[in-house]
Design a protein around this ligand. Structure first.
Ligand code: TYD
Length: 212
């Protein structure tokens, strides 16, 4: 069975990773790459239902461990139903958020035990890690200002958290790069969108061995 290539996109709020992804899909398809794009939490029916529970702005009582376990449950279902079959079919799978979001948000952000999160991620994925993770880095204030300026975007429970949580999340991502620098590439998301798209494309093509 051929094995595809798994890419995850990560970053704090407002880094623009979803806009970059939308721009890259046609470029990849033009090159004949079979690509599946998907998101966490969600991506499949059960995952989307779990997403609604996690992100509902009225669910202010949610305990951090409950939040973590729901993300992990959504991850497992999404992986089994959607990601693994696409990889087995040899596709490029690009996931908008994956294992590192749990470490950055629930670990560094909420203060839950990182070793426990690593274990839960490993349990949910049977140890599968992305071939490449693109981390879109932006100052917390700038990212949140972008979200505030974009009135079309749904505001979810995590967006409503204070600056302090978002600062810890960004620090978490920066620590993850120190831990797993071979897998995670940092992209400066404060640059103009065109430039960010160009830089992302270069990195992705290089890592996949595609000519530009
Ligand atoms: P989403 O609207 O998809 O945000 P974004 O456009 O920033 O990706 O909402 C997903 C939210 O869930 C986002 O705030 C990050 C958070 N999250 C976690 O806290 N832990 C996780 O494991 C995942 C996958 C996401």
């Amino acid at each position: 069975m051929s094995k595809g290539f798994l890419v995850s996109l990560e970053g704090p709020e407002g880094a623009g990773k979803t806009s970059v992804l939308e721009a890259l899909i046609p470029v990849l398809e033009d090159r004949g790459v079979e690509v599946l794009t998907t998101r966490e939490p969600g991506g499949v029916l059960i995952g989307e239902k779990i997403r609604e529970v996690i992100l509902d702005p009225s669910h202010t009582e949610m305990d951090p461990k409950t939040e973590l376990l729901l993300y992990i449950a959504s991850r497992r279902q999404h992986l089994v139903e959607k990601v693994l079959p696409a990889l087995a079919a040899g596709k490029l799978v690009i996931m908008d958020r994956f294992i590192d979001s749990s470490v950055a948000y629930q670990g560094f952000g909420r203060g839950l035990d990182i070793d426990a999160i690593d274990w839960l991620n490993q349990f949910a994925t049977d140890g599968l890690k992305p071939d490449l993770t693109l981390y879109f880095d932006i100052e917390v204030e700038e990212g949140l200002a972008r979200i505030a300026a974009n009135s079309n975007r749904e505001v979810n429970r995590l967006d409503m958290e204070g600056l302090d949580l978002h600062r810890k999340v960004r620090q978490g991502y920066l620590s993850l790069i120190e831990r797993e620098g071979n897998r995670i590439e940092k992209i400066d998301a404060s640059l103009p969108l065109d430039q960010v798209i160009e830089n992302t494309q270069q990195l992705l093509f290089d890592r996949m061995g595609l000519r530009r």
